[in-house]
Design a protein around this ligand. Structure first.
Ligand SMILES: *Cc1c(COP(=O)(O)O)cnc(C)c1O
Length: 372
């Protein structure tokens, strides 16, 4: 099945007693045992599993071509679960522009139990020079935030095989529609389902999908079920509802984003545009090879300083000035001030999550804001 069909029909196998066409929300925290002490309904206690969460995990597994998925209460929890599942003392190689919330976890929660280097993952030779005897994993994020850097997943997977390392890819910006890291050799793919998978800025969640149900995956499942940072049945219901339109929403996001990127590229008030679908993008060829389309995220440098950038984000009328991404509504933000004083993000950078409004309205809004 193609992803459009999987998204809608992967749950057809889950039959409810009342014959519902869509899945009911199952709020029960506990489930009846049979006479033999077993669990005839397949569930025991909802921290361990719940019908809505199992359904969500099944659909994401199919969309990502993996063997199993664990769903979490946030993207950050999904990431943290990987760090918790690693053996104490493990070394991880991470991108220098890693999602700042996950980087903060490593620096302020795992600083005594793990070691890590933050490097430019677009440079394979550089990566290899950082591999040590206790290196356990490479953590990639592509496209990256906020510079939309692209990492060659296939090449990185090859390097990981050579050194016997695991490869985890934070694929949030791509969604399962645009790239499938497991197909390219990754071991684990992570999503903040808060973003494109949720798609409506109204539910927080995260997921991990594994290529193989191996020993490390058992450790992940243990952190999920024993740690218990799981999404509620209602969260899972919302995400399942959203996934049905994911492929078509992504199509719209991509269609709008390339038009906006092309418009901004020649704008006299814009110094640079970062969008992997532009031929001027440093890793355009890799993006073309590993992604079906280029996504709905782009960043620009406006001419001038932080004040010039803030003036633009304060002048828009349709775009909402807010952080996050992947929703139907377009969002715009001055990224450096979201990330705080330690941020390496350029002060004149504006990050845009291109939504599903009509492109003419989005362009007109940015045109008046850039000229304000
Ligand atoms: C938002 C995001 C996260 C964290 O997800 P939450 O759902 O906010 O916890 C991780 N990685 C990327 C790339 C993100 O955009």
């Amino acid at each position: 099945m193609k992803p459009e069909t999987t998204a809608i029909h992967a749950l057809n196998l889950v039959k409810s007693a009342t014959g519902d066409v869509t899945m009911p929300i199952s709020l029960s925290t506990t489930f009846l045992r049979g006479e033999d002490g077993g669990y005839p309904g397949g569930h025991m206690y909802s921290r361990v599993s719940n019908p809505n969460r199992s359904a969500l995990e099944k659909v994401i597994t199919e969309l990502e071509f993996g063997e199993d998925t664990c769903a979490f209460s946030s993207g950050n929890t999904a990431g943290m679960t990987v760090f918790q599942a690693l053996k104490v003392g493990s070394h991880i190689i991470c991108p220098d522009d890693m999602y700042w919330g996950l980087k903060k976890q490593l620096l302020t929660i795992f600083q005594d139990s793990l070691t890590f280097d933050f490097i430019d993952l677009t440079d394979l030779a550089e990566i290899e020079s950082f591999v040590k005897s206790d290196t356990a994993m490479i953590w990639a994020e592509t496209p990256s935030n906020p510079l939309l850097k692209i990492t060659d997943i296939k090449a990185l997977a090859k390097l990981c095989k050579k050194h016997n390392l695991m490869l985890t890819v934070d694929s949030t910006f791509a969604s399962p529609i645009l790239q499938n890291p497991i197909k390219l050799g990754a071991d684990i793919v992570m999503h903040s389902t808060t973003k494109y998978i949720g798609g409506h800025s109204d539910v927080l969640g995260g997921s991990l999908t594994t290529a193989k149900k191996n020993e490390f995956w058992e450790r992940i499942i243990n952190v999920q079920q024993t740690g218990g940072a799981v999404p509620s049945p209602f969260d899972c219901f919302l995400l399942l509802r959203s996934i049905k339109t994911l492929a078509y929403r992504i199509k719209g996001h991509c269609e709008n984003a390339i038009k906006l990127a092309v418009y901004l590229e020649t704008h006299p008030k814009v110094e640079a545009v970062y969008y992997p679908g532009l031929k001027s993008h440093a890793q355009y060829e890799i993006a073309k090879k590993q992604m079906k389309d280029f996504g709905g995220m782009l960043s620009i440098l406006v001419k001038g300083d932080a004040t010039a950038a803030r003036k633009v984000v304060n002048s828009v009328k349709i775009f909402a000035q807010a952080t996050s991404l992947g929703g139907v509504e377009s969002l715009i933000e001055h990224r450096a001030s979201v990330e705080g004083p330690d941020s390496k993000t350029p002060q004149n950078l504006i990050r845009i999550s291109v939504g599903l409004e009509h492109i003419d309205d989005l362009i007109a809004d940015l045109e008046q804001a850039l000229n304000a």
